[in-house]
Design a protein around this ligand. Structure first.
Ligand SMILES: [Zn+2]
Length: 205
């Protein structure tokens, strides 16, 4: 369930000039307040979408908004709304989403760079995520058992799952076949270009 809604936050209050209170007639008791209305999700302000003004009498506590305000007050309310900037924090959620996307882009670039480095200098223990071509959504793993010159010796995982990151589920010694076969770096490069080899992991020893 997503919790979302609309909230208001007070931005500023100024005296309402030349307007007597329509209720108690106090001459200099009226104030104008401007509020920002903003959308929130999980109480994180996402974006502002409106400003609202309210006239208030400090003497008798009468509160008027919108068309209930006298014409002179409505004009001042319009001006005050125009002069009041929406605070940046009401965009926090949009900022967070943008920061998250930027982080994901950086992480993606770093992962691609690491994959390239691992493929160029393979080590025993490297794990390649393999994706069958065509419409298949199944993924499996190849594990490097030795690397010599430009050839790696790998064993294939005997399982495949419908998850582009199968390593957590499939990377158990008993799930690999016992027969190894060799692949050249050139072949690995082709597999990567074709999207058959989608990730390289080098687990910390
Ligand atoms: Zn009043």
């Amino acid at each position: 369930m997503v919790i979302y809604g609309i909230k208001s936050s007070h931005l500023r209050t100024e005296p309402l000039l030349g307007v007597a209170c329509p209720s108690c007639s106090a001459p200099k008791a009226m104030q104008l307040s401007v509020f920002s209305r903003y959308a929130h999700a999980y109480w994180i302000p996402f974006f502002p979408f409106a400003k609202a003004a309210v006239a208030h009498c400090t003497h008798c506590q009468l509160t008027l908004d919108g068309k209930a305000m006298p014409e002179a007050a409505r004009e001042q309310a319009r001006d005050l709304k125009q002069q009041t900037r929406l605070p940046l924090w009401t965009w926090s959620g949009v900022g967070l989403v943008a920061a998250g996307l930027a982080w994901a882009a950086v992480a993606g670039t770093q992962n691609a760079r690491a994959n390239k480095a691992y493929l160029a200098a393979p080590r025993a223990g490297d794990i390649y995520t393999i994706h069958s071509t065509g419409d298949s959504t199944q993924y499996s793993l190849l594990k490097v058992v030795s690397a010599k010159g430009n050839t790696v010796e790998v064993v294939a995982n005997e399982y495949e799952i419908d998850n582009s990151h199968p390593i957590d589920e499939l990377n158990a010694p008993t799930k690999y076949g016992s027969k190894s076969f060799s692949l050249t770096q050139f072949e690995l490069q082709i597999m990567q270009n074709k999207g058959q080899l989608t990730d390289v992991d080098r687990l910390a020893e």
